[in-house]
Design a protein around this ligand. Sequence first.
Ligand SMILES: [Zn+2]
Length: 178
Amino acid sequence: MPDAATHDRITIISGVVLAPLVYGSLVVPAADAAALGTSLFTLAHIVSGVLFSPDLDIDSAIHRRWGILSWIWRPYMWIIPHRHFWSHSLVIAPLLKLLYFYGVLVGTFLGVSWCLAQLGVVVRDYHIVMTRAIIDGIAGAPREAGLLIGGFVTGSAAHTIADWTSTTGKRWWRRRQR
Ligand SMILES: [Zn+2]
């Protein structure tokens, strides 16, 4: 299996290769909109591969990239078996990870609100504010939202395809050695 640095290189190279394809395929009224859409896609692709890597399912260099926030991914690592469909599949795995991250944010907002409420401090329902902002963002700019999600999926898929290729290559090599 490629190490984190190799996966980073694969993420960057695949992002650079995909960018002109995305730019060329976007049917938008102005070049500005195509450039913005491509930038969003590429940014999501790289963030997905580097920070939200499928290898968050194991204690890896990726956890350390989250610094003091690495606890966010501990339950994910405990629940999801390493290199399983739920972390290493082309589409479902990255979408599940986004859902998990959203769940962590909601849980954090609820937890902090509850703690503050015990101290007599009442704050807004920030989990609802965030959820509404996400829904409004998707409804207001569906193409940009689609490109962000698309880039997030391809960033993860590039990792998974590299893992599959490496495993298949190793198997083939071992068979040749026999
Ligand atoms: Zn992996």
